[in-house]
Ligand binder design. Structure first.
Ligand code: ADP
Length: 583
């Protein structure tokens, strides 16, 4: 803009200075010609006067020349008769000069009977000359004075040089002044441009500095700009505030939330959604279709259904997350306010709930199955007794023994289930007591002494130097010890042994280890023996009165005391079951 103004100003000034210069030059050259004419006329008049005063024309000419030559511009004088004959010329021989009747200036003077003027090349001198001829009617004579154009031009040239110089100086001064004025006038415009540019770049606090006394249009524009900038800044700050608040709200929501725009593209993801799907979505940079994020077409279908039917719809979706597949209760809601094609989808993780549900139904199925087996046997024996076996006392006795055994198994199973569900229900131990762990070890040794003797297995426990005081529910610890030692006896060989250790460790955990010399467990089962109803050899376990819940109870008791259980085993050599408890 300023550049344009500058260019135009320079052009205008240049033209103005040129026109002024040319006009000046023309005026001066006209004036110069007129003054030359006047000079020659004066010379002519002087000669005329001298002649009329009685001087000889030649003498009059010479005398006048002497006066005028002092002016440093030599004047040529020619005196011609009324019929054109040259009487006298100071620069050439008049006798040899041709008739001058038709010389332009002479013809003019004769015709007007006054004076004539001409500029032309002299035939006699072969020079560019200015002629002024003066007719003297009394003597029928023409006095012609002339001078070289060269003299006049020389003066004019030096004047032209001066004019040019003045023009240049004027031009330079004008340019300087105009650029100063332009700069002064353009300063607020420049400020306006800079401020507008800064604002476009996001610096909304940018303002124009206004002078109080300035009432120009630019100043009014600047004030309007400042007002607009203030309003814009206020609006943008308000919007940013609202945005921030919304961001905080959305990011505080613990469930993933996504907003889906046209063509199923995700336009917003809250923090949880970004973490869950491992994508730092910036809708300004990239637009992802929903399916690209969830890897499940059903999620897009749900959103489409919500938009199409204009109502909230929900479904259970299994989606890929950074931690693997997870099940979500998804709710898609159309967003009507801004864009009919938008919808919001919230996802509530129900994976754990799903798992618990599944485990529960598996457990119920297992329990039902486990309960059914002894009940079926009991019913079978009762049927047989009813069918007549009751009449045969020795058979009836054996059958009643079987019934008793199955009932005992049922009792044990129900007992274990109750223990397990009680531990699960009360995640926090209630009944804390201080006691010596070895008193419980001794009690278990006494309790299982018969069973060990029957199996011909030697039971041995570490002899403690001092009591091992713990704080826990003694019944739970006893249950844990019974389950481990009972297994160590059951899955042992006659002549085998069981060794029970208990000690407090450096990290303040109590370690209980039950080592046996029994069957051992193959590596592939090691991970699973602590699962409910998991048995390596089902019929052997049943035969030995097992329920498949013993080790699961051990694991749960350990967890109750912020601990864990593990097993090391070598098939054919034996196993070591270790439990670590914070007691
Ligand atoms: P069960 O009532 O069948 O003994 P548990 O939960 O106590 O159920 O044990 C699960 C399975 O782990 C057992 O069926 C058995 O196959 C294996 N097991 C447990 N303890 C031992 C052990 N000391 N030696 C070898 N196998 C064992």
């Amino acid at each position: 803009m300023i550049k344009k103004i500058n260019t135009v100003t320079v052009a205008v000034l240049l033209i103005a200075v040129l026109i002024t210069g040319l006009a000046a030059f023309q005026t001066i050259s006209r004036y110069s010609r007129e003054s030359d004419q006047l000079y020659l006329q004066t010379a002519g008049k002087t000669i005329q006067q001298l002649i009329l005063d009685g001087h000889e024309p030649e003498a009059a000419a010479i005398r006048t020349q002497t006066i005028f030559n002092q002016e440093s511009i030599p004047v040529r004088v020619t005196i011609i008769t009324g019929d054109g004959q040259v009487l006298y010329d100071n620069e050439a021989d008049s006798a040899t000069m041709d008739n001058h009747l038709f010389r332009e200036e002479i013809a003019l003077a004769l015709r007007s009977r006054d004076s004539g003027f001409a500029i032309r090349r002299s035939d006699t001198l072969d020079l560019e000359m200015i002629y002024v001829a003066r007719y003297i009617p009394d003597l029928d004579m023409v006095v012609r004075t002339s001078m070289q154009v060269y003299h006049s031009r020389q003066a004019l040239n030096s004047m032209a040089l001066t004019i040019l110089l003045v023009m240049l100086i004027t031009f330079a001064v004008l340019i300087l002044l105009s650029s100063l004025v332009t700069r002064h006038l353009a300063r607020p415009l420049k400020q306006l441009t800079v401020a507008a540019r800064e604002m476009a770049a996001g610096q909304y606090s940018s303002r124009i500095h206004l002078l109080a006394q300035d009432n120009s249009e630019v100043a009014v524009l600047g004030a309007a700009f400042n007002r607009m900038a203030e309003q814009l800044e206020q609006t943008i700050n308000d919007l940013a505030d609202r945005n921030e608040r919304l961001d905080v709200i959305f990011n505080t929501i613990t469930d993933p939330l996504l907003v889906i725009g046209p063509s199923s593209s995700v336009t917003f993801m809250n923090r949880r959604a970004r973490e869950l799907f491992g994508r730092d979505l910036d809708p300004d940079k990239a637009v992802y279709p929903l399916v690209f994020i969830t890897h499940n077409q059903a999620s897009e279908d749900l959103v489409e259904e919500a938009i199409r039917d204009n109502r909230s719809v929900h479904a259970e979706l299994r989606l890929n997350t950074v931690t693997g597949k997870a099940t979500f209760q998804a709710i898609a809601t159309p967003i009507r306010a801004s864009n009919a094609d938008s919808a919001m989808i919230t996802l509530h993780d129900v994976t754990e709930l799903d798992k618990v549900q599944q485990m529960r139904s598996e457990f119920v199925a297992n329990v039902t199955h486990e309960l059914k087996t002894p009940l079926t046997s009991i019913r079978g024996f009762v049927e047989t007794l009813r069918a007549g076996a009751v009449q045969k006392p020795e058979v009836a006795d054996r059958f009643l023994e079987f019934i008793d055994l199955e009932a005992e198994r049922l009792h044990q199973l129900i007992h274990d289930i109750l223990v397990l569900s009680e531990i699960e229900r009360n995640q926090q131990e209630q009944n804390y007591q201080d006691f010596d762990l070895f008193t419980q070890v001794d009690a278990v040794l006494v309790l299982l002494d018969d069973a060990a003797a029957n199996a011909q297995v030697a039971l041995r426990a570490d002899e403690p130097d001092a009591p091992l005081m713990v704080k826990a529910d003694p019944d739970r610890i006893k249950q844990l010890l019974i389950n481990l030692v009972d297994n160590a006896i059951k899955y042992n060989h006659p002549g085998g042994s069981v060794h029970i250790q208990a000690e407090r460790q450096a990290d303040d955990m109590v370690r209980i280890a039950v080592q046996d010399t029994g069957d051992g467990i193959a590596a592939e089962h090691l991970e699973r023996v602590f699962e409910r109803f998991y048995r390596i050899d089902k019929s052997r376990s049943r035969e030995l009165g097992g329920t498949g819940l013993g080790l699961s109870i051990v694991k749960h008791i350990a967890q109750l005391y912020s601990g864990y259980a593990k097993v090391n085993s070598k098939p054919g050599v034996g196993s070591v079951f270790e439990v670590f408890l914070k007691i």
